[in-house]
Design a protein around this ligand. Structure first.
Ligand SMILES: Cc1cc2nc3c(=O)[nH]c(=O)nc-3n(C[C@H](O)[C@H](O)[C@H](O)COP(=O)(O)OP(=O)(O)OC[C@H]3O[C@@H](n4cnc5c(N)ncnc54)[C@H](O)[C@@H]3O)c2cc1C
Length: 156
């Protein structure tokens, strides 16, 4: 079953976006904590369609999935269940829209928080979250209640 899932992921996303070599999956087995569990495979989606395809397959096959931003989390949230599919969202880092009038930005989940700061500041806006991991952590990882990457900014 595992082999079939990996082959199907390669068909859906392309070979380059699917990593299952032992050294590769090891690097997706931990975050900022001391916890460690090795996933079945790591995927690097580039679009919402890629994410949907991974989730559809995982649902059909009953394989757990964990979303991963920069893996700087200190609560083990992106440490995968053993045998899971990792959704590495760091390639989805497009700033889709900045609406200065309404103070709203729409971003992909892999946008790095510091990049969002810089982008909205160019419009005279201020994005308040300011973790020490600013230059690494992603919007998806800092706003896990809003998968898909919608984040609001506010004027300072
Ligand atoms: C040096 C250092 C300094 C830090 N400083 C602070 C600080 O000052 N303040 C603070 O609060 N935290 C801090 N942290 C903790 C960490 O940086 C934050 O928790 C950050 O929000 C994690 O972002 P990430 O992109 O690394 O997410 P990850 O660690 O990859 O993921 C965090 C959680 O979000 C989920 N997730 C990721 N992407 C998505 C998505 N697109 N959709 C749904 N769920 C998703 C993951 O599954 C996981 O549960 C620090 C960590 C380090 C290592």
């Amino acid at each position: 079953m595992s082999r079939r899932v990996i082959q199907e992921l390669r068909r859906l996303l392309g070979t380059e976006a699917v990593r299952d070599a032992p050294a590769q999956v090891l690097s997706y087995s931990y975050d900022g904590t001391f916890q460690q569990r090795v996933p079945l495979v790591a995927t690097m989606p580039r679009s919402t369609e890629d994410v949907a395809a991974v989730l559809r397959l995982a649902s059909e096959e009953g394989v757990p999935v964990v979303a991963r931003g920069a893996a700087t989390g200190l609560a083990g949230g992106s440490v995968p269940p053993a045998g899971a599919i990792v959704l590495n969202l760091s390639r989805m880092r497009r700033l889709v829209e900045i609406d200065p009038a309404d103070g709203v930005v729409v971003v992909e989940p892999g946008v790095v928080t510091a990049d969002l700061h810089a982008a909205v500041e160019a419009h005279g806006l201020f994005y308040p979250p300011d973790p020490a991991s600013l230059r690494q952590c992603t919007i998806g990882g800092t706003s896990p209640a809003t998968p898909g990457g919608r984040a609001a900014s506010s004027t300072g």
